[in-house]
Design a protein around this ligand. Structure first.
Ligand SMILES: *Cc1c(COP(=O)(O)O)cnc(C)c1O
Length: 357
């Protein structure tokens, strides 16, 4: 039976990425060596890094004056790397979920950390609006897609100070204006590559403004100057990321991807809103994530939640149970998840409704 992969991360990747990476694991670029065996400084691998950087710039239309680097340590390492490089006296954060909170925790060790707004009062099921960003903050940090709670900041936040965004789970899913951001980062394992590589897009001019001594490996300058080769980079995940970027370009780029993602999200949210068994945890439609769709049983049907889980899984739906902080279900419908998989899930929800009504 066909499996439909709704895991939140690591998650579904394009077949193109999986097949090309598998081939390169046997013979990389005609070298007769496995991708795992070649020097990261070989001309063939340097070409991979350069092409990946160039495709980042092309697909996201990154303006002049920005660098793209690939690092280890996951998005979580960025939670402290950002303050190390940017925090002088004060930083501002928007608290929209578990990942935002983890970023805030690290910033607090560096000085005054202002939480401009929080949606914690409603278990992070909405995006706060109408908050003031202190104009004397060194930067303002947001999490554009809240993977666990299924909310997404789909409107452009205008910030009077450098805007820093964790886009781990919605990068390349919609068109963004990079010029509005000073720094964008994310772990690759949601929409790009297997775990192990983190991308960082940085406006060069924001660096060099703090007095502290930054540990060498935690300084963005080290990795910009070293062209992501200061130390051995995660070779296999970077190669896989390049395949996904090529696939994305082939699919028509980010704007086309966004159109498909809107169709996928509409299909599943419309079914959740229509189906008498289920309800969405995010009620404000403008805040609903197009990547992670969270839903629970309607009150009259909570007792059949487990039954739906078993039924869906028997129909090939993988990775649907929600995060423990939300419960219910979460369908992660990243770029690589085909429209047909969302249709299949909707079919399963309708079938289950017919069984229960
Ligand atoms: C998954 C995730 C992270 C954590 O990424 P790691 O690479 O595991 O550190 C951070 N932020 C968001 C929004 C995520 O979805």
């Amino acid at each position: 039976m066909k499996k439909h992969n709704f895991y939140a991360g690591p998650s579904i990747l394009p077949q193109f990425t999986i097949e090309n990476t598998a081939k390169a694991l046997i013979d990389f670029a005609g070298t007769g060596l496995s991708l795992m065996e070649v020097s990261h400084r070989s001309k063939q691998f340097i070409a991979v890094v350069e092409e990946a950087q160039n495709l980042f710039k092309e697909l996201l239309q990154i303006p002049e004056g920005y660098s793209v680097i690939f690092l280890g340590g996951g998005a979580s390492l960025q939670f402290c790397m950002i303050p190390f490089n940017l925090f002088n006296k004060k930083a501002a954060y928007l608290n929209t979920g578990v990942w935002a909170r983890k970023a805030i925790k690290e910033a607090k060790g560096f000085g005054e950390t202002v939480i401009v707004a929080s949606s914690e009062d409603k278990n992070f099921n909405y995006i706060p609006r109408n908050f003031d960003i202190p104009t004397d903050a060194d930067y303002f940090h947001i999490t554009t897609n809240n993977t666990i709670f299924g909310t997404e900041i789909l409107h452009q936040i205008e910030s009077p100070v450098p805007l820093v965004a964790d886009m781990s789970s919605d990068i390349f899913s919609r068109v963004i204006d990079v010029s509005k951001y000073a720094l964008i980062y994310g772990g690759a394992q949601k929409n790009l590559a297997p775990a192990g590589v983190t991308f960082v897009i940085i406006k060069n001019e924001i660096l060099g403004k703090v007095d502290r001594k930054i540990p060498t490996m935690l300084s963005y300058k080290t990795h910009i100057e070293g062209e992501s080769m200061f130390n051995t980079p995660p070779v296999v995940p970077i190669f896989a990321a390049l395949q996904t970027l090529k696939w994305l370009k082939e699919m028509g780029g980010v704007a086309e991807m966004e159109k498909t993602n809107i169709r996928k999200a509409d299909l599943i949210y419309n079914e959740i809103d229509r189906n008498s068994l289920f309800k969405a945890t995010v009620t404000n439609k403008e805040d609903r994530s197009r990547m992670n769709v969270c839903f629970v049983m309607n009150d009259e049907y909570v007792q059949v939640e487990k039954e739906f889980e078993v039924f869906a899984s028997s129909q090939g739906m993988i990775g649907l149970p929600g995060h423990r902080d939300v419960g219910g279900f979460r369908a992660s419908i990243y770029n690589a998840l085909p429209y047909e998989s969302v249709e299949a899930l909707v079919g399963v929800m309708q079938e289950f409704e017919n069984l229960k009504k």
